[in-house]
Design a protein around this ligand. Structure first.
Ligand SMILES: Cc1cc2nc3c(=O)[nH]c(=O)nc-3n(C[C@H](O)[C@H](O)[C@H](O)COP(=O)(O)OP(=O)(O)OC[C@H]3O[C@@H](n4cnc5c(N)ncnc54)[C@H](O)[C@@H]3O)c2cc1C
Length: 453
């Protein structure tokens, strides 16, 4: 038996785990006491990269973006001195294609929600009266009472604020699905309204779009390297089978290789379904863990396309085809291919509808949709294409899930929870993951056992 009983063990080396370790370090915990146990041979969790065998390029499992409001994630990269891996647009600017026409979701340097006013007034995908009701409806986002709105769907709530079905589809659902990974009809109005409030109602700076310029896996590896250089331990390919609990207290972890790690302080950052597997059976059915089983996954579909010529001049655009898709100029954002405008990465959130499509059908459909928006793509030849399915991308923030997301502190002494799906008040995202890790570290430090620095 391994005795590291004064160690703080973090299960999982995704961004929640990385943030937990960094927060403990920055609060003065001896780095030798901090141990990360990670199931896979790499860090980064659900934000990972893989090397494509055909091209040798490091492709991300899914196109990730940030907003300017993701301040904890941005600050974490700075504190860990991770080489700049993203750039923020000076002002939010996303061309949106619908029925062959282009309009823009874009900001001006104005305070509060006014920064979006000029773009909404000119948003040609809506009629003038729909634009007016969209503006009036947007005021409801100024003070959303998120918990109260959690029982209704976002679509129903938007209808109650006077939004037409077209406005819901071409504004709120298009943006909301990308942020919450669920369509307006299936997600909680509470979390959606709160997310729009944080991202878009507080001025132009929080709304700036952040685009990654390095593979995500490299960022996570750099972050872990910095932690290890400061004395933190990480063990890869280490599967935690069970959190062992005696008399309501954590006493250790059983690993899949049959070994046992004695510890009294654990931060779990594993996804919701994985937590139910590592909890002792007698706890999985109790509050606050009981409701976790009701959380469902929502998939994200990513399609990489390599054209024989430049087809895209911009960094990114959105199109209403495929229930809403976002197309990124991977060739420009990540210069490894040297093919600006020729390598595209297409992200389709809440992609359940395409579950039974073949890869060929998906590629053909996406290619046609891109052709509608970029005329150069119509005559271009496709040299390579790759479909990446992430069936377990994020939890689905359905109505009623606000209270199913557990808080950091649990009734088991010494067990703390983090992860994008825990009660962060944020949608499942990198920023939520980082915030959850920081919250868990602080909660652990407040608990009396932790003061043995
Ligand atoms: C395709 C895709 C696109 C996305 N797009 C965006 C985006 O644009 N912007 C954004 O902000 N977010 C996006 N997200 C969401 C974002 O990636 C996640 O919210 C975030 O990475 C979650 O981090 P986490 O640390 O909470 O969980 P995870 O990344 O899941 O980390 C948990 C870790 O625990 C490990 N683990 C699990 N079980 C065990 C066990 N028993 N023992 C040991 N280790 C274990 C896992 O291997 C994993 O490394 C996207 C996600 C996907 C999949």
């Amino acid at each position: 038996m391994e005795r590291i009983s004064d160690s703080i063990v973090i299960i999982g080396a995704g961004w929640a785990g990385i943030a937990t370790a960094e927060a403990l370090l920055s609060k003065g915990i001896n780095p030798k006491r901090i141990v990360l146990l990670e199931r896979t041979p790499y860090p980064g969790g659900r934000a990972f990269s893989f090397v494509d065998r055909e091209t040798g390029l490091a492709l991300d499992n899914g196109q990730h973006v940030l907003l300017g409001c993701c301040d904890r994630f941005i600050a974490l990269l700075k504190r860990l001195d991770v080489r700049s891996g993203y750039r923020l647009q000076p002002l939010l600017d996303i061309p949106v294609y619908h029925d062959g026409q282009m309009s823009r979701i874009a900001s001006k340097r104005l305070v509060g929600p006014l920064h979006l006013l000029p773009a909404l007034l000119a948003y040609r995908h809506l009629s003038p009266s729909e634009r007016a009701s969209t503006l009036a409806g947007a005021l409801a986002f100024m003070r959303p009472r998120a918990e109260k709105l959690d029982a209704v769907s976002f679509a129903k709530w938007l209808q109650s604020t006077g939004q037409s079905d077209t406005a819901i589809r071409l504004v709120w659902d298009l943006v909301g699905t990308a942020i919450l990974n669920g369509h307006a009809g299936e997600i909680s109005a509470g979390l959606a309204a709160h997310s729009f409030h944080i991202g878009f109602m507080r001025g132009w700076q929080p709304a700036r779009l952040g685009l990654f310029t390095r593979p995500l896996g490299d960022l996570a590896r750099d972050a872990i390297d910095r932690l290890v250089a400061r004395g933190v331990t990480i063990r890869y390919s280490t599967y935690v089978e069970r959190v062992q609990v005696a008399k309501n207290k954590v006493c250790g972890l059983s690993l899949r290789d049959g070994s046992f790690v004695a510890t009294e302080q654990v931060v779990s950052t594993v996804p919701h379904d994985a937590l139910l597997r590592v909890l002792p059976d007698e706890w999985a059915g109790k509050e606050p863990f009981h409701g976790i089983a009701k959380l469902r996954w929502s998939p994200i579909l990513n399609v990489f396309l390599n054209y024989d010529r430049q087809v895209l001049a911009e960094d990114v655009f959105a199109a209403t085809d495929f229930d809403g898709m976002f197309v990124f100029n991977r060739g420009r954002l990540l210069p490894d291919s040297g093919q600006d405008g020729r390598w595209l990465s297409v992200s389709i959130s809440a992609a359940d509808r395409f579950r039974d499509w073949t890869h060929q059908e998906i590629i053909r459909g996406v290619q046609e949709a891109i052709g509608k928006a970029c005329k150069d793509a119509r005559d271009a030849k496709l040299l390579a294409a790759k479909v990446v399915w992430q069936p377990k991308a994020t939890f689905l923030a359905e109505p009623g899930t606000w209270h199913l997301r557990p808080q950091t502190v649990t009734p088991i002494t010494g067990l703390f929870l983090a992860g994008d799906w825990t009660r962060t008040d944020w949608p499942a995202c990198l920023e939520g993951a980082v915030r959850s890790g920081e919250t868990a570290a602080l909660a652990l430090l407040r608990s009396r056992q932790a003061f043995l620095v």
